[in-house]
Design a protein around this ligand. Structure first.
Ligand SMILES: [Mn+2]
Length: 328
């Protein structure tokens, strides 16, 4: 089978004025994919605006080229919009929706259950990161994975693979990383920059959340809670919660780690699981999505107890099902 890589490359060749975007509250894959895609387009002498409704989160302020990401739509409409790392057309946020119903869309993504909302779609859930797909596009155009472009791709790859530790890390992922290293990226200094963006308040807030962690379902589910009260008391915010949910999996016997975060009108949940346990199916049931071992979404409630009462039984049911299918 010919991957849709070449049709996507052909589509890119035929347009001139691009807007590149990704989901709100962008993670490392979203940021890295947007910057790398913009790098490719500039090399091809295209006009490009990098738009993200949330702008560039502070924890990514060290990323080269990040300042080019704008949080306001440009005055002039692009000819085409490239949407990266979004399982659903609503993920880039509300502001851009009118454009998404009228302009052609190129959809590059690796989420399970992507709805193929684009005019051109390349969706492959085997890809560790959307950045891996962008890197493959760069190769098709003969663009070396060097400089800021290589760095952006490396950010995407490391973000979605937990620095090449998760199940989704494939030989091809590491080969792309190797190619980036050969082009000059130094992994040590990169790791230091990526992991030195915290603050004392953040560390202390996270310590408090970990101290109050709870176990459910005979120790198979770990739960963390971030409340508005905690944020305002410690001078921290949603950005400071990043990645903490993974810590629950460090507990012996825990198969699923959950974090809940209070927002103004809803509660955001993040799920992480080990091995065959599929948390994407759980997230989908509540209108969310993601991958087998990492998923999330929103619960339309502001009541933590209600959120716990909804989510924990759903995860427990998924655990029971996974255990019974292994047993049979
Ligand atoms: Mn991703």
């Amino acid at each position: 089978m010919i991957p849709p890589l070449h049709p996507i490359a052909d589509a890119i060749r035929q347009y001139h004025r691009f807007l590149v975007t990704s989901h709100v509250n962008p993670d490392g894959d979203a940021i890295g994919s947007m910057l790398a895609m913009a790098g490719i387009l500039r090399t091809l002498h295209k006009e490009v605006v990098i738009y993200n409704e949330s702008g560039l989160p502070r924890r990514f302020d060290w990323v080269r080229g990040g300042e080019a990401i704008v949080a306001a739509l440009p005055d002039r409409k692009p000819e085409v919009i490239i949407i990266l790392d979004c399982g659903d057309v609503r993920r880039p946020g509300e502001t851009i929706q009118p454009w998404l119903t009228t302009l052609p869309i190129i959809n590059l993504d690796h989420h399970l259950g992507n709805s193929h909302f684009g005019t051109y779609n390349w969706v492959d859930q085997r890809m560790a990161a959307t950045g891996e797909m962008v890197g493959m596009l760069a190769r098709v155009f003969g663009i070396p994975l060097a400089g800021p472009l290589g760095e952006a791709l490396y950010l995407a790859l490391t973000a979605d693979t937990g620095d090449f530790c998760y199940n989704n890390t494939r030989p091809q992922t590491l080969e792309m990383a190797a190619e980036i290293l050969r082009q000059g990226l130094k992994p040590g200094p990169f790791y230091e920059r990526k992991h030195s963006t915290g603050s004392l308040a953040q560390i202390q807030m996270r310590g408090e959340v970990m101290q109050k962690a709870q176990l459910f379902a005979d120790g198979r589910i770990c739960l963390f809670q971030f409340t508005q009260e905690l944020f305002s008391r410690t001078g921290t915010g949603p950005e400071d919660t990043e990645g903490l949910v993974n810590e629950g999996l460090a507990i012996r016997g825990v198969l699923v780690s959950v974090s809940l975060r209070e927002e103004r009108d809803r509660i955001k949940f993040s799920l992480r699981s080990k091995g065959e346990i599929n948390v994407q199916t759980v997230a989908t049931r509540f209108g969310g999505g993601g991958h087998r071992n990492a998923a999330g979404g929103n619960l339309i409630t502001t009541d933590m107890e209600e959120a716990i009462g909804t989510l924990i039984p759903a995860i427990t049911a998924e655990l029971e099902e996974a255990c019974s299918s292994t047993a049979s």
